[in-house]
Design a protein around this ligand. Structure first.
Ligand code: NIG
Ligand code: FE
Length: 441
């Protein structure tokens, strides 16, 4: 035993007495890593008052009431004991949707949006994702790494212990691989675990545009989809550079048919499907999520009823990103409807240089309560356990249980409701990652 945290005011274990099940999930989307909590079980934080957590190496070895466990635990000379009276201990936040690695910045677009130009108008003028692609292609692996490290340092201070990171600002094989290699490097350099997603289908690159191509708007759509399926996916899979494959399926980007082709190809190469779905308009992307048994469908501002039903049947997790709605002044996803239907809901920042620059999960939890209609307990479940399931890690992180990885936070607050209530304040006092204190003492 090397670390004991005792007399915890509220210990949020995130274990659920009523179980984690969603009805009839499809075996394919189920897999390992947990399905995510649904309905009323999202509100069960498994709170223990005057709690204790004991850690050995990188694992949790005991969780319970201080009075029950204390007499049974053997204190060794090197055991560190922390008293967390009147404080909250909870799992580290899992930011399950980010675009962490990118070159340049887009404060010019922020200024334009502030004066009324929309995100889509900026994209149509060649800005948006395409402007970050130019900067990312030009940036060296070293510079991308240095800048992403700064973001991760700040994320850790706000209590994030695991981050999903998508490529998608290269849009050519070598630059996509460069972004994914940076993800790999980051795992060696700092405490947050970085989980890689290949998002070559984030936009159509310049070299496939304006070539008198037969495709829509002068874009050689078929040519780029072919490059993704025949070159990028096989290379990324062979080099084991990503676990997931994502597609931006929306108005002005990839169509449902293109998304199905890419995600089915990726599945055949062992990459699990994810999808940026129906963020800008209702294009049938939630349906695609269900059809390809996506692990998660993300954004979902305008999903159709059929799409939501297919997602539910497939066991697809809805990853909601209220920071993006706030930043680009859009609607918010119909979260209550999803919870009522029994779809597991997760939360993430969507950190990226254009549509959301938020790095802070407590702020996202606050937005989820204010604008998605989640209760504080549901939002915490969505930002920890359900977010872990959205990256197939619910069996290892996202809750505090014996045998799980010791990723946890000590928050200097009297109860968990303070997280959304004081949503712009940092109450993280201590961060423990894989059993080591990495912030605080
Ligand atoms: O998730 N929606 C697509 N992609 C990003 C935006 C990327 C950008 O604007 O650079 C998102 O919001
Ligand atoms: Fe995104």
């Amino acid at each position: 035993m090397h670390l004991i945290i005792q007399h915890i005011g509220q210990l949020l274990t995130l274990t659920s007495p009523s179980g984690l099940s969603s009805p009839q999930p499809s075996p394919k989307a189920l897999g390992e890593g947990g399905r995510g909590r649904v309905g009323s079980s999202m509100s069960e934080l498994g709170i223990i008052e005057d709690g204790l957590v004991a850690i050995e190496n990188d694992k949790i070895v005991a969780v319970g009431k201080t009075s029950d466990l204390k007499p049974k635990l053997k204190l060794l000379p090197h055991t560190k004991v922390i008293d967390a009276e009147k404080q909250v201990v909870m799992p580290g936040f899992v930011d399950c949707h980010t675009h962490l690695v990118y070159g340049g910045s887009r404060e010019d677009e922020f200024e334009m949006r502030a004066s009324g130009v929309t995100y889509q108008e900026i994209a149509a003028r060649g800005g948006g994702i395409r402007s970050t692609v130019k900067a990312t292609r030009l940036a060296s692996r070293e510079v991308l790494k240095r800048d992403a490290m700064k973001r991760l340092d700040r994320m850790l201070m706000w209590g994030t212990t695991t981050v999903e990171s998508k490529s998608g600002y290269g849009l050519e094989t070598k630059s996509e691989i460069k972004q994914l290699e940076v993800n790999q490097d980051l795992n060696e350099l700092q405490p947050i675990e970085v989980v890689s997603t290949f998002l070559g289908a984030h936009e159509f690159p310049e070299e496939f545009r304006n070539q008198n191509a037969e495709g829509k708007n002068g874009i050689d759509r078929e040519g780029y989809v072919k490059l993704i399926c025949e070159e990028m996916i096989p290379k990324v899979a062979e080099a084991k550079l990503a676990e997931f494959c994502d597609v931006f399926c929306d108005q002005g980007v990839f169509t449902p048919d293109e998304a199905i082709k890419i995600l089915e190809t990726a599945s055949n190469y062992g990459l699990y499907p994810k999808i940026h779905a129906d963020e800008l308009a209702s294009v049938g992307a939630a349906e695609v999520a269900g059809k390809v048994h996506a692990v998660s469908a993300e954004h979902l501002l305008y999903p159709s009823q059929t799409g939501l039903e297919l997602m539910k049947q497939a066991g697809t997790i809805a990853v909601l990103l209220p920071g993006t709605s706030l930043t680009i002044k859009k609607n918010y996803a119909p979260a209550r409807k999803m919870i009522e239907m029994g779809i597991p809901v997760a939360l993430a920042t969507d950190l990226n240089p254009g549509s959301c620059t938020i790095e802070n999960m407590p702020f996202i939890i606050g937005l989820a309560c204010l604008y998605l209609g989640l209760t504080p307990a549901e939002a915490i479940c969505a930002a920890t356990y359900n977010a872990a399931c959205a990256i197939k890690r619910g069996d290892r992180i996202g809750s505090l249980e014996e045998g799980k990885q010791a990723d946890l936070l000590i928050m200097d607050i009297p109860n968990y409701r303070y997280i959304p209530y004081h949503y712009a304040v940092n109450y993280v006092k201590t961060v423990v990652k894989r059993g080591k204190i990495v912030i605080g003492s």
